[in-house]
Design a protein around this ligand. Structure first.
Ligand SMILES: Nc1ncnc2c1ncn2[C@@H]1O[C@H](COP(=O)(O)OP(=O)(O)O)[C@@H](O)[C@H]1O
Ligand SMILES: [Mg+2]
Length: 288
C-alpha cells in the first residue's frame, strides 16, 4: 500500500487577527500536493493573511480545536519551511532592499532576508543554482542591475528566482501579475505554467481572474474571511458565483483555458443597479 503524502496545509478552525481586526473565525481549508489552487477574493477578504499563516509570519489564536499543519507537521523551523514552500508576496516586493543587485536578490533566498547582508556567504553549489535559476527565468543579463532600478516585471522575476533557489515543492504567489504590463504578465504566467507542469504545486491568491494559469484546477472563494466556495475551477468560477463573491454583476468569459471577467448587465439594461447578487445574474428571480 502506498502512503499518501500529507496535505501541504491542513487548516482547521483557525481564528487569526491582524492588529485589532479578526480576519478569520473558524477557518478550515486543506491544500494538497499536486493540486495547484487559486484562492480568489476581493480586497480585504483575508488572502494575504492566509499566506502569512502559511509562511508562519502570523499565528492562529491558540485554541484546543485549532490546527495548522504544514506538510503533516505542527511545528516548523521557519528557515527549513522556506526550502519547501517558496513565496513571492507584494509585501516582499515593496520591502526589498533597492540597492541589492539582481544576483544578490536571488542568492538572498538562501538566507530568507529581504536584501543582501555583509555576513552572507555562499558556496559554489549555491552560486551555481542561483545562476541556473536566473537562466531559467531569462534574467541572467540583469544580474548586476540594482533592484531599485528594475522595472516591476523584472523585480517580480528576480523575487520568483529567489523563491526558486531551493526548488520548493510548493510555490505561493500573492497577486503575481499585478502591476505588470501584458507582455510581462503573459511571460510570468507562462513561467508559472511550466513550473506546474514540472511538478510544483502552486497556490495563487488573487482577485485577478485573468492571471489564473489554465493548469490550476481548484478554486477557493474567500469572502470576509469565510470560504464561500471550493471545488473544481470550472464549477466554482461561474458568473453567478463570482458575482456573489465580488458583490458586483460580472460575467466570466473563458478562452484557451484562461478566464476573464467583464461587467454584466442587469436585465433592465443598466449596469450595477441590481438589488441582490442573485437578482443580478438570474434576472427576475422571485417575481410574481
Ligand atoms: N497590519 C494590519 N493591522 C490591522 N488590520 C489589518 C492589517 N493587515 C490587514 N488588516 C485587515 O485584515 C483584513 C484582511 O486583510 P488582507 O489579508 O490583507 O486581505 P486581502 O489580501 O484579501 O486584501 C482587512 O480587513 C485588512 O484591513
Ligand atoms: Mg492582499
Amino acid at each position: 500500500m502506498t502512503r499518501r503524502a500529507p496535505p501541504i496545509a491542513e487548516i482547521k478552525n483557525v481564528t487569526a487577527w491582524r492588529g485589532s481586526t479578526r480576519v478569520f473565525h473558524g477557518l478550515s481549508l486543506e491544500i494538497h500536493p499536486g493540486a495547484s489552487t487559486v484562492i480568489l477574493g476581493p480586497n480585504g477578504s483575508g488572502k494575504t493573511t492566509l499566506l502569512k499563516l502559511l509562511s508562519r509570519e502570523i499565528y492562529p489564536e491558540p485554541r484546543d480545536e485549532t490546527r495548522l499543519r504544514l506538510f503533516g507537521e505542527d511545528r516548523w523551523n521557519v528557515w527549513e519551511l522556506r526550502t519547501r514552500l517558496g513565496m513571492v508576496s507584494s509585501d516582499l516586493q515593496e520591502a526589498y532592499d533597492s540597492r541589492a543587485t539582481g544576483r544578490d536578490v536571488v542568492l538572498s533566498g538562501y538566507y530568507a532576508t529581504p536584501g543582501a547582508r555583509p555576513h552572507h556567504r555562499f558556496d559554489e553549489e549555491e552560486r551555481k543554482r542561483a545562476h541556473q535559476v536566473m537562466e531559467e527565468l531569462g534574467v541572467t543579463e540583469l544580474g548586476a542591475k540594482r533592484y531599485g532600478e528594475m522595472s516591476t516585471g523584472e523585480q517580480r522575476r528576480f523575487l520568483l528566482a529567489r523563491a526558486l533557489v531551493h526548488d520548493p515543492e510548493v510555490l505561493v504567489l500573492d497577486e503575481p501579475t499585478s502591476g505588470l504590463d501584458p507582455q510581462a504578465c503573459f511571460q510570468y504566467v507562462e513561467t508559472i505554467r511550466s513550473l506546474i507542469r514540472a511538478g510544483t504545486t502552486v497556490v495563487l491568491v488573487t482577485h485577478h481572474i485573468h492571471e489564473i494559469p489554465p493548469e490550476v484546477q481548484r478554486a477557493v472563494l474567500l469572502r470576509e474571511g469565510q470560504v464561500i466556495g471550493d471545488g473544481r475551477k470550472k464549477e466554482v468560477l461561474t458568473s453567478a458565483r463570482v458575482t456573489e463573491l465580488f458583490g458586483t454583476p460580472m460575467k466570466v468569459l473563458s478562452s484557451n483555458g484562461y478566464l476573464q471577467v467583464i461587467p454584466a448587465r442587469h436585465p433592465s439594461g443598466n449596469l450595477h443597479d441590481a438589488s441582490s447578487p442573485g437578482d443580478r445574474v438570474q434576472g427576475n428571480r422571485g417575481l410574481g
